[in-house]
Design a protein around this ligand. Structure first.
Ligand SMILES: Cc1ncc(COP(=O)(O)O)c(C=O)c1O
Length: 438
């Protein structure tokens, strides 16, 4: 962490306060990116580290980096570039719009839409070389026709339902789907895949075993129909980490790329080798003294047990600091932990800082790296009885994202660095059936 002379008004690049500097206050290694002193920081070195670590573990299987939902709130474009530079073969998104945003940013790596898109998007997929999931005869027809119209086959990954029961064709329908897709000149059948439902729950191993067996049967069925897919894929982060028999040609990694855990049930050593990429920081906007018994925030639910100082931070539930976290989280300020107190409001939260010499402008960490003593995403997901995914996806777009490399404070990143072992600007051919040029 760097240090800056605090003005008593503001502690960062927006340091426009008047008056003499009073004392040195800790700030984030990165400049905050907007006018508002609250932001999400994403360490792209952590994303690259996690990609390389996981890529080495699953080799010779390849990595599809799941960057849907703005890379789980981390910023899809910079994260995608970092993951590809660190060895990921391709990218996965939920929506065609998300794929188009990657293309618009100049990312030409293979991109797979992880469910069958609406036929209305077929021409856009064909035009921009976006691979799609196909699991219905209507999908074969729509995307095949678009491939023919566009003069270039659309890469299709057939999906079979092995027990998640969300998307995918029934295994009994696979031979007909495979035959139709293979007969369609507007499609290039590049993959056959499925999705685990409970791989993150070690206690449900039998269910995962059953899905794996159904997937293996589906591969045999497809082979009998003449389909030998280049990319066979089944595992998400938990499946890839816990089941080396489920990696096939490709694993689809999301949460672990971000250094977070698929579930609290996973053994600690399964996540200890990863680095959390995201931090949420905000500069103190006000400090006041409250007397014993005085109450704080909406509803006056919290009363000061003794005379104390209360600091205000300019983030609230409109930013994704959920109201259900009221009185349940800690905030790191000056290397010490303090309790958030009173109701989380739409734009602000209060923190009981006791008699600590906290000043306006001092930067607080609400989420960060537990290895540095900062509150981890897990603390929020436990408090909210949810999963880490929902916490980071819930950090709203109102919070600017700033991307950096480790402690190097170089502000927003517009291009990922080249990595050792690969010529600059290239990556291996991926599941979209094309080479990668960045
Ligand atoms: C189809 C599919 N594959 C892979 C993933 C990545 O899962 P995880 O983030 O647990 O690695 C997801 C995420 O929801 C998904 O929907």
């Amino acid at each position: 962490m760097g240090r800056v002379e605090g003005s008593g008004e503001s502690g960062g690049p927006g340091n426009r306060g008047s008056g003499e500097p009073r004392r040195s206050v800790p700030v984030s290694p990165v400049a905050w990116p907007g006018l508002r002193p609250a932001w999400v920081e994403v360490d792209l070195d952590a994303v690259a580290h996690n990609t390389r670590t996981l890529g080495a573990e699953v080799a010779p299987a390849r990595v599809l980096a799941v960057v849907k939902a703005d890379a789980y709130g981390h910023g899809a474009v910079p994260v995608a570039r970092s993951a590809i530079s660190a060895g990921a073969s391709c990218l996965g998104v939920a929506l065609v719009e998300e794929a188009l945003a990657l293309r618009a940013a100049g990312i030409s790596a293979p991109v797979l839409v992880l469910s069958e898109p609406h036929p209305a998007s077929a021409d856009a997929c064909a035009e921009h070389g976006i691979a799609v999931t196909v699991c219905t005869p209507a999908g074969v027809q729509a995307f095949g026709a678009a491939g023919r119209r566009g003069g270039r086959p659309v890469a299709a990954h057939l999906k079979v339902d092995t027990g998640m029961h969300r998307q995918g064709c029934d295994p009994a329908a696979l031979p007909a789907l495979a035959a139709a897709a293979l007969a369609e000149p507007g499609l290039e059948v590049a993959g056959l895949w499925s999705h685990f439902a409970v791989a993150d729950e070690p206690g449900q191993r039998a269910t995962t075993d059953a899905q794996l067996a159904r997937y293996s049967d589906a591969l045999a069925t497809a082979a009998a129909a003449g389909l030998a897919p280049r990319w066979r894929h089944l595992a998400n982060s938990a499946g890839a980490t816990l089941r080396d028999d489920a990696r096939f040609d490709l694993v689809r990694l999301g949460i672990e790329l971000y250094g977070l855990a698929p579930s609290p049930d996973l053994p600690g050593e399964a996540t200890a080798r990863l680095r959390p990429a995201l931090a949420l920081r905000a500069a103190v906007s006000a400090v006041r003294t409250v007397e014993a018994g005085e109450r704080v925030s909406y509803g006056h639910r919290w009363a000061a047990p003794a005379r104390t100082r209360v600091a205000t931070l300019p983030v609230g539930y409109a930013d994704g600091v959920r109201r259900g976290l009221s009185d349940r989280i800690r905030v790191r300020l000056g290397g010490r932990d303090f309790r958030q107190v009173g109701r989380v409001t739409m734009d602000q939260v209060m923190v009981d800082v006791g008699d600590a010499p906290v000043e306006v402008g001092e930067v607080a960490t609400l989420l960060g790296d537990p290895a540095r003593g900062e509150p981890g995403v897990r603390e929020w997901s436990v408090a909210l009885d949810t999963i880490d995914y929902e916490v980071t996806c819930g950090l709203s777009s109102r919070l600017p994202r700033v991307h950096h490399h480790g402690d190097r404070a170089d502000g927003p990143v517009t291009a990922g660095p080249a990595r050792a072992g690969r010529p600059v600007g290239t990556a291996p051919a991926g599941p979209g059936g094309e080479g990668v040029r960045r």
